[in-house]
Design a binder for this molecule. Structure first.
Ligand SMILES: Cc1cc2nc3c(=O)[nH]c(=O)nc-3n(C[C@H](O)[C@H](O)[C@H](O)COP(=O)(O)OP(=O)(O)OC[C@H]3O[C@@H](n4cnc5c(N)ncnc54)[C@H](O)[C@@H]3O)c2cc1C
Length: 415
């Protein structure tokens, strides 16, 4: 029998985890990861945190240890872009170079930083942060006194702002919404994070969009709609989200609708073609619709689940949306969805607390600062009717609530 070949398009988080899972689950065929970046798979979260701050070097970023890659006979092709897949023949066609014949293909093409659309300044004064190259280019600007303007107050923008301010840079954040992060964690918690930034010297300007970015002899001027004066800076960092990389999927005839549409196991409508990670819009029974998530945990879990599907096994990835962020030495975590006014467990003033969100009487989400263990419990309690005052009582062990209703889960966790 000829050896089967499984190919991933993209060599990021989801592809790396899929490759690792395939080998661990006994796939003895050829595994080829094709990525258009000049690196083997690396973790992106440190790019706005430890790596950008210069605390950790590049060696800490690699997802698959080189010895494991060699021992497990994984082909990692770097600097190669896939143009399309002929889904009838299984040929993976590169932009230049011979096609690779595949028995199964995983689209794990991630996303690209959303570009600024207002009239722009000199390109060398504008920065984005999605790749290791972006981080290498941005890091030297994080010096005392350097004036940086962040356009976009989402999680990545705020992380860059926090890292830059901690390096001594003078940082201004410009956010269109009334409160940074408001659409993700709700206005109350967004305001609290904004205050953390203000307390650390960051100038946060909310509530109006940027209308233009001009270049001057000294740097850049950022015009904000309705503002009396522009923000002056030496450089601009744009953090306004990402767009899924769907060009190759479209060229291959896959169904694309804000991401590659897949079922709960990561299968597209074309046999032997799968998608996972930031680019995949998978069916979630939990949400009752297709969802596309842009977080590390999702990319990793989906990468693992899709590997099972490629091996003909059933493994559904339908975990709740979970992610973390680190800002000014504080660990923030969020799970589920934010709705309405949250109830608080812990001490909001000292920034050691968890906010719980309810949809009717049902727990639908939680946001924490410095209390990751609460999120682990909240994750299990999502979708359950929980008494708000019990959640807020710090004398109550949240895992008692989890196990009260799920003795089997306790048995699983404790064995
Ligand atoms: C700066 C930053 C900080 C982050 N911090 C956090 C965090 O704190 N917590 C969290 O939960 N998440 C965080 N994330 C998100 C997390 O890193 C992503 O969700 C994760 O990397 C997604 O993995 P992926 O494999 O889907 O895509 P990616 O990691 O983006 O990998 C996709 C790869 O495919 C390549 N590719 C695309 N098209 C082609 C093609 N046609 N041919 C070949 N290669 C192609 C891309 O260039 C890329 O290398 C952060 C992201 C960034 C950018």
């Amino acid at each position: 029998m000829t050896r089967r070949t499984y190919v991933t398009i993209g060599a990021g988080q989801a592809a790396a985890v899929a490759a690792r899972t395939l080998r661990r689950r006994g796939f003895d065929g050829r595994i080829v990861l094709i990525g258009d970046e000049p690196h083997p798979p690396y973790q992106r979260p440190p790019l706005s945190k430890e790596f950008l701050a210069g605390v950790d070097g590049e060696d800490s970023l690699w997802i698959l240890p080189p010895k494991w890659v060699a021992d497990n006979d994984i082909d990692i092709v770097t600097g190669a872009s896939v143009a399309r897949v002929d889904t009838l023949s299984g040929a993976v066609e590169l932009d230049g170079g011979a096609p690779v014949a595949a028995d199964a293909v995983l689209f794990a093409t991630g996303g690209s930083a959303r570009r600024l659309t207002v009239p722009g300044p000199r390109p060398d004064l504008v920065h984005y942060l999605r790749t290791l190259e972006d981080a290498r280019r941005l890091a030297p600007l994080l010096t005392p006194g350097r004036r940086l303007a962040l356009i976009g107050g989402g999680f990545i923008g705020l992380e860059i702002a926090a890292t830059a301010a901690s390096s001594g840079a003078a940082v201004t954040v410009v956010e269109t919404d009334p409160v940074p992060l408001g659409r993700i964690v709700g206005p109350q918690m967004g305001e609290l994070v904004a205050q953390l930034h203000r307390d650390n010297g960051i100038d946060i300007r909310c509530g109006a969009p940027v209308s233009g970015v001009r270049t001057t002899a000294e740097g850049v001027l950022i015009d904000i709609e309705g503002a009396a004066a522009p923000v002056e800076a030496d450089a601009v960092v744009v953090g306004i989200g990402m767009v899924p990389n769907v060009g190759t999927a479209i060229a291959s005839g896959l169904q694309v609708d804000n991401g590659i549409v897949v079922d709960a196991a990561g299968r597209t409508s074309v046999p032997n073609v799968y998608a996972a990670g930031d680019v995949a819009r998978r069916f979630s029974a939990r949400a009752g619709r297709h969802v596309r998530l842009e977080h590390f945990d999702n990319a990793s879990r989906q990468g693992a689940a899709v590997a099972h599907a490629m091996l003909g096994r059933d493994a559904v990835c339908d975990e709740p949306n979970w992610f973390w962020s680190d800002q000014f030495g504080r660990n923030l975590q969020f799970v589920g969805t934010a709705r309405g006014e949250p109830v608080i467990r812990g001490d909001r003033d000292t920034l050691e607390f968890t906010a719980f969100y309810f949809d009717g009487g049902t727990l639908c989400g939680a946001f924490t600062v410095e209390r990751g263990e609460d999120i682990a419990a909240a994750r299990e309690l999502l979708g359950r009717t929980v008494d708000a005052s019990t959640l807020c009582d710090d004398d109550v062990d949240l895992f008692d609530l989890v196990y009260d209703e799920e003795p089997e889960l306790e048995a699983q966790v404790r064995t």
